[in-house]
Ligand binder design. Structure first.
Ligand code: UT7
Length: 325
């Protein structure tokens, strides 16, 4: 019996031209390249130009994904943009992406789950595509975290960067067996008891300001590996796959130590882990599609590969997706 699945048609990304190295940061705040690399694995990050908005990054990534999949933008009937740094409080930046792509039909909305945003968006889009209501979707993660950083706070400003990534998904009938392409399972979790460990200290209802990112880094770190590995075990249980079956592990890129510890705990070989945090920093909802794009472009991820995605971030929110590319 065939099964309707959300199959990847293409992926793309966009990084702002400006690169800020650790040495650049060490010129303005009390930090060092050695500390940042040792604690996080980050060497550099991209920062959006003053006139570049989250929607600009998202449109560029979406265009690249459409081109990569040889997909006509006019065939897209659903756009979900995962972001915590929208252009405006409303309307959703997704409608700006929709207009930027020349689309006037279908639906477009933003989704906010901080660093887990892309995994949450995949789960949402997968659910909508499998109802049969929508046929082709753009799932975009785009952020300009540079706009909500306190650039005098060395405990946070060295960690994040700007960027965008996108994939095109299409509802396709698959055979209903182990060869099925597309999203195989998605698992989402949240626990608001941790909301003050990673948050922005402003907002329309509370302060009428945008605010700045605040984080108890050590507390987030302490929870990260356990939460990530737990939700991935759920994905394994749901599908019958194990760590040995995974071709590529593409985790959220917050900290190389979290990525390495998670892979080690799960028993995923180092050479199967896609790590881009060194070049991009933590780009929140954009980090997974940015990393996917790197691994697709350099020939690692190929059609038919089993790919495991995970993310964990503010809320806390966390989640995992298993898909066959
Ligand atoms: O994507 C959302 C999820 N977010 C994360 O996953 C982030 C999770 N947390 C982390 O990645 C790490 O906790 C950090 C990278 C944020 C911090 O690493 P850490 O090993 O947990 O360091 P720490 O916070 O315990 O700080 C150690 C020391 C402190 O000094 P004292 O108190 O020991 O004297 C900090 O003040 O390092 C100091 N420090 C710095 N030194 C130089 C903090 N930031 C910096 C800095 N440069 N940028």
């Amino acid at each position: 019996m065939t099964v309707l699945r959300s199959v990847v048609l293409g992926c793309g990304s966009y990084l702002p031209a400006k690169v800020v190295t650790n040495a650049d940061l060490a010129r303005t705040i009390d930090t060092s390249d050695e500390w940042i690399v040792q604690r996080t694995g980050i060497h550099q990050r991209h920062i959006a130009a003053n006139n570049e908005l989250t929607s600009d990054l998202a449109i560029a990534a979406a265009r690249a994904a459409l081109a990569n999949g040889h997909v006509d933008a006019q065939t897209i009937d659903l756009i979900v943009l995962a972001t915590s740094t929208p252009d405006n409080t409303f309307p959703a930046s997704a409608v700006t992406v929709q207009t930027g792509l020349g689309l006037t039909r279908g639906a477009a909305f933003d989704l906010q789950a901080v660093c887990s945003g892309f995994v949450y968006a995949l789960a949402t889009v997968d659910g909508l595509l499998r109802t049969g209501t929508y046929k082709r979707a753009l799932v975009v993660g785009a952020e300009t975290f540079s706009r909500i950083l306190d650039w005098s706070d060395r405990t946070t400003c060295v960690l994040f960067g700007d960027g965008a990534g996108a994939i095109v998904l299409e509802a396709q009938q698959q055979p209903g067996n182990r060869e099925d392409r597309g999203i195989l399972t998605t698992h989402l979790r949240s626990d608001g008891r941790h909301k003050t460990k990673l948050y922005v200290d402003g907002g329309p209802s509370s302060t009428q300001t945008v605010g700045h990112l605040r984080m108890e880094g050590r507390a987030v770190f302490k929870h990260a590996v356990a939460m990530i590995t737990d939700v991935i075990e759920d994905a394994f249980r749901a599908t019958g796959y194990t760590a040995a079956d995974i071709d590529w592990f593409v985790p959220h890129q917050a900290n190389k130590r979290i990525i390495d510890d998670s892979a080690h705990k799960l028993g995923i070989a180092t050479e199967k882990v896609v790590t881009t945090v060194g070049q991009h920093g933590n780009t929140s909802a954009a980090s997974i599609p940015l990393a996917l794009n790197v691994a697709v472009k350099d020939g690692r991820i190929k059609k038919g590969d089993l790919v495991l995605l995970e993310a964990m971030g503010g809320g806390f929110t966390w989640g995992a997706t298993l898909l066959r590319w």
